[in-house]
Design a protein around this ligand. Structure first.
Ligand code: HEM
Ligand SMILES: *[C@@H]1O[C@H](CO)[C@@H](O)[C@H](O)[C@H]1NC(C)=O
Length: 473
């Protein structure tokens, strides 16, 4: 009894001193509220997205604290949300100087190799492994692959159907493309064996990382292990095929990764490569398919814009001989269509923003940011702001004509050294898909005023069920 008393007094005293010690706050933190203990404002943040009002969390606080910079607590981390083009520029240009990319704990646990080295080394390696994704010219070879995949995908998933749900179909398309371009797998049944565990994996990434039986997080870890096993198997086989000249060192992303060495001249391990492929599949999967789904939804309500896209695409379609595949020049002609996709990414950015971590104490906008705190840039803070996009809720692709948006206001792909390396690849697969869908159909929404929610990507709440109307021959 006495022992317990002493223990609790000691505890209290040490908590008191710990409080004094940690309460020596830097003087001038940004204004804001830290929310509930532990979970902070994570729920409010998440809910605003699920309600289809992702900007509200941000704009409410900007108004309340009269500041473009405010503190909060998200994903169990003290976080400073920074808004506006100056903030975007600051974060993007201080990568590895003041800040570094930070991944939530769930991601690190599901893909442990993400956390093995510093974020800086990871980023350098990733870019070494991905030259074909960085340069538009290097992607030329993928256009015809994407075109033939789209052809078979439309034949099996769309043609002859009266009604479809768009999001699962666009996901199937982007996944087929990824399996082909990353791994040279094009047998649909083989692809399907990857698609299922992959969905389970992806579902766990945005949950609270509690590793208990039955949680989406636990299922996600299991699915990642399963996928990793299968990929390692494919990697081992590829090594043999490369040695026996049965595979080419340039045929896909996997072959390329096998030829790259790390900073010390060592080849990457099989597990490491497997995790990088999984990471690419995650980064590229729901994003491009969400953009496609939102674009189709916007077009269903905007006949004049639909008609402009149709005109541009039919000119290209009519210039092709039967069976001739799309090429680089065709894609360069899809200017209006790309502006439409950009406008769709402005209004429904796949990413709400990404986190950085302060790697040192520094000042931003007159406030001190403590080392270790997280910073979050926000696409909605500029995309939906009338200062940069007049009448911001209006879908208007002509915003992207001429000089286009001011620097650092349109940021669907992030920016700086960590800007999305899949940007050009995404552009190609989006344009090829839009070509195929619009040359076959027009479509009507089946759910009146279906909301676009953020979960965590912007997508129509029910995946956009639509009625297909084939063009008359
Ligand atoms: C429309 C589709 C896409 C959008 C809107 C998008 C958006 C983004 C954003 C916002 C980031 C974070 C950038 C930052 O923090 O500054 C990112 C990172 C990344 N994206 Fe994409 N992405 C798309 C498609 C893809 C595709 C198709 C791939 C791969 C095939 C891909 C691979 C990656 C990778 C690997 C990263 C991490 C880069 C790093 O940490 O250095 N993305 N993307
Ligand atoms: C469309 O978006 C891409 C990606 O952010 C950008 O590079 C491009 O400049 C935009 N197009 C126009 C015309 O602004």
């Amino acid at each position: 009894m006495e022992f317990l008393m002493i223990l609790s007094i000691t505890l209290l005293v040490s908590i008191f001193f710990a409080f004094l010690l940690f309460n020596k706050k830097p003087k001038n933190l940004p204004p804001g509220q830290m929310g509930w203990p532990y979970i902070g404002e994570s729920l409010e943040f998440g809910k605003s997205g699920l309600k289809g009002e992702p900007e509200k969390f941000i704009y409410d606080r900007i108004a309340k604290f009269s500041s473009q910079v405010f503190k909060t607590s998200l994903l169990l981390q003290p976080t400073v949300v920074v808004c506006g083009p100056a903030a975007n520029k600051f974060l993007f240009s201080n990568e590895n100087k003041l800040v570094q990319v930070w991944f939530p704990d769930a991601v690190k646990k599901i893909l442990p190799t993400t956390a093995q080295t510093s974020s800086y080394v990871e980023s350098k390696r990733l870019r070494l492994m991905l030259p074909n994704f960085l340069k538009p010219e290097a992607l030329v070879a993928y256009i015809s692959m994407m075109d033939s995949i789209a052809e078979t995908h439309f034949a099996s998933g769309w043609e002859g159907k009266k009604e479809v749900t768009v999001f699962p179909l666009t996901k199937r398309y982007t996944f087929l493309v990824a399996c082909k371009v990353f791994l040279s797998i094009d047998d649909p049944e083989h692809v399907a064996t990857f698609a299922d565990p992959f969905e389970v994996l992806a579902a766990g990434l945005n949950t609270i990382p509690i590793d208990l039986p039955g949680t989406p997080f636990r299922r996600s870890i299991k699915a990642a292990n399963e996928l990793r096993k299968r990929l390692v198997h494919i990697i081992k086989q590829r090594k043999i095929d490369l040695e026996e000249n049965k595979a080419s060192p340039t045929q896909d992303v996997l072959s390329h990764m096998l030829s790259v060495t790390d900073e010390n001249g060592q080849p990457m391990t099989e597990i490491y490569i497997a995790d990088k492929i999984i990471a690419l599949l995650i980064a590229g999967h729901d994003t491009a398919s969400a953009v496609l789904t939102c674009t189709l939804k916007f077009l269903s309500q905007l006949p004049h814009i639909y008609n402009e896209v149709l005109k541009e695409q039919m000119e290209i379609a009519e210039s092709k001989k039967p069976g001739e595949l799309l090429n680089w020049d065709d894609l360069q002609k899809m200017k209006y269509t790309w502006n439409v996709a950009n406008e769709s990414m402005r209004l429904a950015p796949p990413s709400r923003g990404t986190f950085r971590e302060a790697i040192t104490n520094f000042d931003f906008s007159g406030f001190s940011i403590p080392k270790g705190w997280k910073l979050l840039w926000s696409s909605h803070s500029t995309h939906w702001n009338s200062e940069y996009f007049p009448d911001p809720k209006k879908f208007d692709p002509t915003r992207f004509e001429g000089k286009g948006p001011a620097p650092y206001t349109f940021v669907p792909f992030g920016g700086g050294p960590r800007m999305c390396p899949g940007k050009e690849y995404a552009r190609l697969e989006i344009l090829v898909f839009l070509h195929h869908v619009i040359k076959r159909f027009s479509w009507e929404q089946l759910i009146h005023d279906e909301k676009i929610i953020v979960n965590p990507m912007s997508v129509p709440e029910k995946g956009f069920p639509a009625r297909l109307i084939p063009h008359k021959a």
